[in-house]
Design a protein around this ligand. Structure first.
Ligand code: 13P
Length: 245
């Protein structure tokens, strides 16, 4: 049985005051029947982990370095993130692929490092608008999965079409269904039974108003939510919608 996962990605938002949103989320959704994770800026991880200690809410990070330690000024290793309280780490988000030129090979190396340290990577893939318009979405996703995923199947995959991130443009339910079925087939071909527990998340302008219909799409096991994860009032109904599935 695959676990459902509602994951938030705060991106580069939030200072200490914002942690009140996590406690508000715990109050609004005291006992959801899905996994819930919030991926925070590294500066908040430790305080967040302390704030939610003993509760169901998991804390995640948004990137890690591929090396275990060493001369990499400004970077953070997977072991450091675990030490700060993170159980998951988002890797290969399209914003990192665009802003930092991250390649599939780098994402794969980071995912391996995260697993070796004991964290669960959330590997992000997604086509751009021009790739979709050129009818290349399926090939792009296949290439990114093939190049970015580690050999050990203990990870989460997030499908985030680049054109749907922060734009208010959600992929249609048919588009989501097509890509998720494609990803599930590719995972089965590569990992066999070991790939079955891998949750497939959709990301891109998910909000309370569209969450339930997206969660009802076959092969969608949850969401990776950006803007609507910043406020408990917006994220709690998304958690409730997944919990009700
Ligand atoms: P939005 O939900 O703000 O579109 O962001 C999606 C995303 O990039 C999550 O990682």
């Amino acid at each position: 049985m695959r676990r459902k996962l509602a994951a938030g990605n705060w991106k580069m938002n939030g200072t200490g005051d914002a942690l009140a949103e996590l406690t508000a989320l715990l109050t609004a959704q005291p006992d959801p029947s899905c996994d819930v994770l919030v991926c925070l800026p590294a500066t908040l991880l430790h305080r967040a982990a302390e704030a939610v200690r003993g509760r169901y809410l998991k804390i995640g990070a948004q990137d890690c370095h591929a090396a275990a330690s060493g001369a990499h000024t400004g970077d953070i290793s997977a072991a450091m993130l675990i030490d700060a309280g993170a159980s998951h780490v988002i890797l290969g988000h399209s914003e990192r692929r665009a802003d930092h030129g991250e390649t599939d090979a780098q994402v794969r190396a980071k995912a391996g490092a995260a697993q070796a340290a004991g964290m669960t990577p959330i590997v992000c893939v997604g086509e751009t608008l021009s790739q979709r318009e050129a009818a290349r979405a399926l090939d792009v996703i296949a290439e990114q999965l093939s190049g970015s995923l580690p050999d050990d199947a203990r990870f989460v995959v997030a499908y985030e079409p680049v054109w749907a991130i922060g734009t208010g443009k959600v992929a249609t339910l048919d588009q989501i269904a097509e890509i998720h079925a494609h990803m599930r087939r590719l995972l089965t071909a590569r990992y066999g039974d070991a790939g079955q527990p891998v949750p497939l998340l959709y990301g891109g302008s998910v909000k309370a108003a569209n969450a339930a219909e997206i969660f009802a799409v076959p092969d969608v096991d949850g969401a990776l939510v950006g803007g609507a994860s910043l406020k408990a009032a917006d994220f709690a109904p998304i958690v409730a919608a997944l919990s009700a599935q």
